[in-house]
Design a protein around this ligand. Structure first.
Ligand code: GDP
Ligand code: IMO
Ligand code: MG
Length: 430
């Protein structure tokens, strides 16, 4: 059996958590392969809302092994809080969660360094979630980071002290006041002890054995293609590979084992944090989308920037990820619009019209070219069957499929697990 990958095709928050949870009954394993507590994946079912940051979104299904892969950076303090929240809701976690020994650790000083770096950048700040993601991946690639497997060593405190020394040299240069550090460290070491209660293993073996045994595996991405370290709107990106290829390096899975690549996108666009956003709406339409879509960050609560769907960006994301099918989220958010715009091309400074995504997405380099389609002006939140959707929404879906040349197999019409319409059950193997 192969590993299917589910990932965001925009700037994150497309609805990955909802769909992983929705597809989970068909899978035996759900594995996170990159990112860390910068992610906020929301699941809504049985009248309850859950937001997961580091725990895979298959955790609510008792039959699923949930794996945190080596590509992830894990904050033990946030992990403990998440687990405590799940235990309070009687969700079993000890038997069906496995953490890779090779997963990298976020230590308290990573968060301090993240904040210091953003302050130093001033107006050019990335708008990081300040969870220590950038500094943790920097240490990984500098080859002196700590990994989850290290916590099992009797020398862990020494390893930590060595890393702290490096971090203090940097923090000193920012003039950091260390008065809060002892309290953070106390919390950190308590969380490390808690982490030891979980299964910590060489999960690349677990996953590859599952593949040979014919088990179905779903790799859950965090962030989105346009936040990818290589292909996103650099430097306004995250520090990991958010792509389908990231599932290979972040779990220890060979490329030949990748099966379906589910690409998730919203019927419009959002972005949280700084950086270019060609179709951004800084007007009352943008505000209408923000309110209708409750577009406020799941991790930081920040208002998300909003704009029309950007097809050059979507095509690019499909290309670099090899998306085999598209899942369109939050169609209901556009229920009340007379007209809906879609950006089909960009105009470049020399007047050339292109549907390709250039490296520089600033307003000086690209201007969106729009097509206007009629809105559906119908409340679609309670619709269960594709055939019952308004004709104008079907026209919107067909237009996107024809432009991007990848089938849309699922349409989401509300946050709840049950507000999900399947267009091609055979392609989703439902
Ligand atoms: P993720 O990071 O990709 O998992 O997405 P988030 O959870 O950060 O953000 C998606 C938000 O949209 C959450 O609040 C979801 O509950 C909500 N959501 C998901 N799908 C739909 C949908 O089809 N319609 C509406 N209105 N909300 C949705
Ligand atoms: P999910 O998985 C949306 C954004 C931040 C910032 C940039 C870098 O929920 O889709 P970082 O903390 O990684 O240094 O921030 O990336 N960002 C996200 N935006 N959804 C996310 O995750 C994000 N994770 C990071 O806002 O612009
Ligand atoms: Mg999110």
């Amino acid at each position: 059996m192969s590993v299917d990958v589910l990932l965001g095709l925009q700037w994150g928050d497309e609805g990955k958590g909802k769909i992983v949870d929705f597809l989970a009954p068909q899978y035996n394993v759900v594995a996170r392969f990159q990112g860390g507590p910068n992610a906020g994946h929301t699941l809504v079912f049985d009248g309850q809302k859950h937001v997961l940051h580091q725990i895979p979104s298959g955790i609510f299904h008792a039959h699923i092994s949930n794996i945190i892969g080596n590509g992830v950076v894990l904050d033990p303090i946030i992990f403990k809080k998440e687990i405590d929240g799940l235990l309070a809701r009687n969700v079993g976690v000890f038997d069906n969660l496995i953490i890779s020994k090779r997963t990298f650790l976020i230590v308290p000083t990573h968060r301090l360094l993240d904040a210091a770096s953003e302050t130093q950048k001033g107006d050019a700040k990335i708008g990081s979630t300040l969870k220590g993601i950038g500094p943790a991946y920097q240490d990984k690639y500098a080859r002196h980071a700590l990994r989850v497997g290290d916590i099992l060593s009797k020398n862990f405190a020494d390893f930590y002290a060595k890393l702290l020394k490096k971090h203090k040299e940097l923090l000193d240069s920012f003039g950091y006041d260390y008065s809060h550090l002892p309290a953070l460290e106390e919390e950190f070491f308590a969380a490390i002890e808690f982490l030891k209660r979980f299964q910590i293993a060489e999960v690349e073996y677990t996953i590859n054995k599952s593949i040979s045994e014919g088990k179905a595996i779903l790799a859950e991405g965090a962030q989105g293609a346009l936040l990818d370290i290589d292909f996103g709107s650099y430097p306004f990106v995250t520090s990991s590979s958010t792509m389908a290829a990231g599932a290979c390096t972040g779990l220890g899975v060979a490329p030949r084992h990748i099966g379906e690549v589910y690409g998730i996108f919203k019927a419009y666009c959002t972005r949280v944090g700084s950086g270019p956003f060609p179709t951004e709406l800084n007007d009352e339409i943008g505000e209408q989308i923000r309110v209708a879509g409750s577009e406020f960050g799941s991790t930081t609560g920040r208002p998300r920037r909003t704009g029309w769907l950007d097809l050059p960006a979507l095509k690019y994301a499909c290309m670099i990820n090899g998306a085999t099918q598209l899942l369109m989220m939050k169609a209901d958010v556009l229920n009340d619009f007379d007209e809906i715009k879609i950006c089909t091309h960009y105009e470049l400074p020399d007047g050339e019209i292109t549907d390709e995504l250039p490296m520089d997405l600033s307003p000086e380099s690209v201007q969106p070219v729009y097509t206007t389609l009629p809105g559906w002006k119908t409340d679609i939140c309670g619709i269960k069957e594709f055939d019952a959707l308004p004709q104008t929404l079907k026209q919107y879906i067909t237009f996107i499929e024809e432009q991007v040349n990848v089938p849309i197999t699922l349409i989401s019409v509300g946050p709840d697990r049950v507000q999900t319409i399947i267009k091609h059950p055979e392609l989703l193997s439902l």
